[in-house]
Design a protein around this ligand. Structure first.
Ligand code: SF4
Length: 502
């Protein structure tokens, strides 16, 4: 989204007043989007093309050409190339190139140079846009490019990194927070590539927004690049103010070398452990399946080691062979010919192995990454020899079931392995930790003891405090426990409500 905002703001600042923005996603009905485009009767239609919307945009171009034959269509973005039936294609940064193209005309393809002085681009964070982002997530671009050259990544094709001035960034952040955005997600590819600058922005955030419980800042980072001073700063952040996303991609040194990733894995793991130990930052880690030299066994090993770190989220991605990236030279790899150009097989990972990883990824997303089955998964992990085997076994049991709601998953887990002895207790615990209501689904209810019934009878009614009886708790084992749930107190990092055994 920032790309479109920047382009529109640049055109407006150069005197084009009638610039209208349409932000739609590929899940929206095609006809509705076309109708909206037509309603403006545009002279020019500018389209941003990414790997996830390329096919949709091709359809939009064909339909716009048919319905608005006079309209000049310009496509840009990382996925735009001469295979698109637009009148013009702009590759690279469009702020200056687009203006020249519209005012002076041009050929089919314009190779736009990177804008040298990013601060010459007007800030797109206008009051109208900020109002539209109230209580929502907003993307923020504080730099362009990446200093690294991972062979599967488009950012790796950039000639280094360029930064917006830090004074401008600070001013924008104040405006954005005052505008009421809830999550400010930096699009910088490696936010801490320049440690001094990262510290300056993080210090500013801590000083300026440290006492604001309604906002949070999300950064993509290189976890091995953290300096002691950045870690110290992070350790002082109030709970929930910062979220970090760190790509590990693989723990196989041969794979990392083959994709030109020079991460110091030991330091990376150590830093991740430190950050998780602070308990104040939501940490999201990434692994990629299908890298050169990665076998099913080496991936399982890496998955097990990263899982053991207990990140709040662990995304299992699949290698994409994006246009122009050097990974396309990966001999013997087979990938889809259409976006997103995902890996089908590699010399060390068969199609069947990748299909198995896909099913593990699906169930992992529903269970672990939802954060709604935390204690149930802790319990289930004691029933299998490795995390990978657990999710493979869960995939076989859960994926044939179509109901993906929490209720559908609870129902399916109750019958997992013929019904494990404590599963109902852990599911009920997870349910109460994630739902601020006392209405427990029928399938998770238990018979209460006489003692618990009389205990509850004595309580003063309070809709924000709940009590429940358990015959098992993951960190205590079997017994008879009464737990108290405080629905006024939600952990900003885990998203779970507070509870204690009384
Ligand atoms: S994967 Fe990350 S570190 Fe590597 S080039 Fe891309 S953005 Fe940079």
């Amino acid at each position: 989204m920032p790309a479109g905002w920047f382009l529109c703001q640049s055109l407006k600042s150069k005197g084009f007043e009638d610039v209208y923005e349409i932000y739609r996603n590929i899940n929206e009905p095609f006809n509705e989007v076309i109708k909206e485009i037509i309603s403006y009767e545009p002279d020019y239609l500018l389209l941003s093309v990414y790997v996830f919307n390329a096919i949709y945009v091709k359809r939009l171009i064909a339909e716009t050409r048919r319905l608005l034959p006079e309209c000049v269509i310009i496509a840009g973005g990382p996925e735009a190339d001469e295979t698109f039936d637009a009148h013009h294609i702009v590759t690279g940064e469009g702020e200056e190139a687009l203006y020249t193209l519209i005012t002076e005309g041009g050929g089919k393809v314009t190779y736009a140079k990177p804008v040298e002085d990013l601060d010459s681009i007007p800030s797109p964070y206008t009051p109208e846009r900020l109002e539209a982002s109230r209580n929502r997530l907003i993307y923020y671009e504080a730099s362009r490019g990446c200093p690294f050259k991972c062979s599967y990544c488009m950012a790796g094709l950039s000639q280094g990194v360029r930064y917006f001035g830090s004074d401008r960034v600070k001013k924008d952040l104040v405006n954005i927070v005052n505008g009421g955005a809830q999550i400010i997600k930096f699009t910088d590819r490696t936010f801490n590539a320049d440690a001094r600058r990262a510290n300056e922005i993080l210090s500013f955030i801590l000083e300026t927004f440290g006492d604001n419980p309604d906002v949070c800042f999300h950064f993509e980072v290189g976890a091995d690049l953290f300096t002691e001073s950045t870690l110290e700063l992070l350790s002082r952040m109030p709970k929930g103010l910062i979220q970090l996303e760190a790509g590990i991609q693989s723990l196989n040194p041969l794979s990392l070398k083959a994709v030109n990733r020079s991460a110091n894995t030991r330091k990376l793991i150590k830093n991740i452990q430190k950050i998780l130990g602070y308990g104040n930052i939501h940490l999201h880690l990434d692994l990629i399946a299908g890298l050169p030299h990665e076998t099913l066994d080496s991936f399982k090993e890496g998955f097990g080691a990263v899982y053991a770190l207990k990140p709040h989220k662990l995304q299992l991605g699949f290698l994409k062979f994006l246009k122009y990236t050097p990974i396309r030279e990966f001999a013997g790899a087979v990938y889809g010919s259409e976006p997103p150009y995902e890996v089908i097989s590699t010399p060390t990972l068969s199609q069947a192995a990748l299909a198995e990883l896909k099913s593990v990824e699906k169930v992992f997303e529903r269970l672990y990454n939802s954060g709604r089955f935390f204690y149930t998964l802790e319990y289930l992990s004691t029933t299998e020899s490795s995390p990978y085997n657990l999710y493979l076994s869960l995939a076989e049991h859960l994926l044939p079931i179509k109901d993906n709601s929490d209720y559908g998953i609870q129902k399916a887990l109750l019958s997992y392995k013929g019904g494990l002895p404590h599963i109902k207790e852990t599911l009920r615990l997870d349910y109460l930790l994630c739902n601020p209501i006392n209405k427990i689904p029928k399938i998770l209810k238990r018979e209460y003891s006489a003692e618990f019934k009389s205990f509850v009878k004595e309580l003063k009614p309070d809709s924000l405090i709940g009590y429940e009886e358990f015959a098992f708790l993951p960190d205590k084992g079997e017994g008879r426990f009464i737990a108290r749930f405080d629905y006024r107190n939600r952990d900003r990092v885990t998203g779970r409500y507070a509870f204690e055994v009384i």
